[in-house]
Write a protein that binds this ligand. Structure first.
Ligand code: UT7
Length: 326
């Protein structure tokens, strides 16, 4: 079998209009703009309205990516949505997006890898295009994190925001587009939504205990990220036989600017190579990498031919990286 690759033919992102600033949060919990800014780099995030589901944001980002790629909806073969905030336990958010787009010839499914979801999703899409099984794929990272955040818990509510980012991948010759991907997980449980699934089905009691919201051991996640993100970078460079100097731009998962700075220092990556938008959107989980990638391309920070590194980490714990020639 002759293996192919997949290239990005179009990009799009969408974020809700409503902003939630650090000053807004000061009125809700015992926190301060100074604390949030110095500990995370976040200044504001976007908040989905009651009529804005994850699939709604995903479909809006997807339409922009499809327009950018100049592709008709009935040509879409594969739709993959990475999310930890699905519309429902069933059906998948991807099938709802398929319905919204009227993409009648596609097959659609979700990927659950939390904030690493987009890297997992392009890994799967890349493999399905490389084998020739499909010729194109719409890959979306979309989240409505603020609907799953406890706005009385200052440990988590200051971090997360909503949005969606999408790429349209087309198969191409091996050696172009996605140069390689690397994904890992270890089963550790530092971030979770305890109730609402089969382990703790929804009940009045689980709702009373706020167990349908995100809980997190922030310190452990921080230590984990500073350890595994450099590993993900080293592994993907080794796999693609490239050096850190060959990378033109890095899109880190936008969780905390201190994590990004620590990783750049550890790997001697020029921080100027890393595109950052977390001050405007907070941590949008699986959407953070495609939103940042799309913004960087729109702002011409990333140009055709650039070697771009994507790297993420999240609940599971999961982590992963991808190298792409744009
Ligand atoms: O996609 C993955 C998602 N998760 C992450 O990326 C989280 C990774 N972790 C982090 O980003 C950081 O650990 C946090 C930003 C969550 C916390 O920063 P930290 O420097 O690790 O702070 P800490 O948890 O050690 O807390 C320091 C102090 C504590 O007070 P005491 O015990 O020293 O008196 C906290 O109670 O800050 C307090 N604190 C706050 N103060 C004001 C915790 N949250 C807040 C807050 N505002 N929002």
């Amino acid at each position: 079998m002759v293996l192919k690759s997949a290239r990005i033919a179009g990009l799009g992102y969408f974020v809700p209009k409503k902003k939630l600033t650090n000053e807004d949060l000061e009125k809700m919990v015992n926190t301060s703009d100074e604390w949030i800014t110095s500990r995370t780099g976040i200044k504001e995030r976007r908040m989905a309205g009651s009529d804005e589901s994850t699939a709604e944001l995903a479909a809006k980002a997807a339409k922009i990516a499809l327009k950018d790629a100049k592709v008709e909806v009935d040509k879409i073969e594969l739709i993959i949505v990475a999310t930890l905030t699905p519309n429902h336990l069933m059906p998948s958010t991807a099938t709802i997006v398929q319905h919204k787009l009227k993409a009648k010839n596609a097959v659609a499914f979700d990927i659950a890898a939390a904030c690493t979801g987009f890297v997992y999703a392009i890994t799967v899409a890349h493999q399905m295009l490389a084998t020739g099984l499909y010729k194109n794929a719409l890959v979306i990272g979309a989240e409505t994190m603020t609907k799953f955040v406890d706005f009385t818990d200052r440990n988590t509510c200051i971090l997360f925001g909503d949005g969606a980012g999408a790429v349209f991948l087309k198969s191409c010759k091996a050696g172009g587009g996605i140069l390689g991907t690397y994904i890992k997980s270890n089963g550790n449980n530092f971030i979770t939504i305890p109730a609402g699934g089969s382990a703790q089905p929804p009940s009045k009691e689980t709702v009373r205990r706020n167990q349908h919201y995100i809980t997190m051991d922030g310190k452990e996640v921080y230590k984990f990220a500073v350890r595994v993100v450099p590993d993900a970078v080293v592994q993907i460079l080794k796999k693609c036989k490239l050096k850190a100097d060959d990378i033109d731009k890095v899109i880190f998962h936008q969780a905390n600017v201190r994590i990004i700075d620590a990783v750049c220092a550890k790997l001697k990556i020029d921080p100027a190579k890393s595109y950052i938008n977390l001050h405007r959107y907070g941590n949008t989980s699986a959407a953070s990498i495609p939103i940042a990638l799309c913004e960087a391309v729109n702002e011409k920070v990333i140009k055709k031919g650039d070697i771009v590194l994507l790297v993420g980490f999240g609940a599971g714990m999961t982590w992963g990286s991808a190298l792409i020639k744009m």
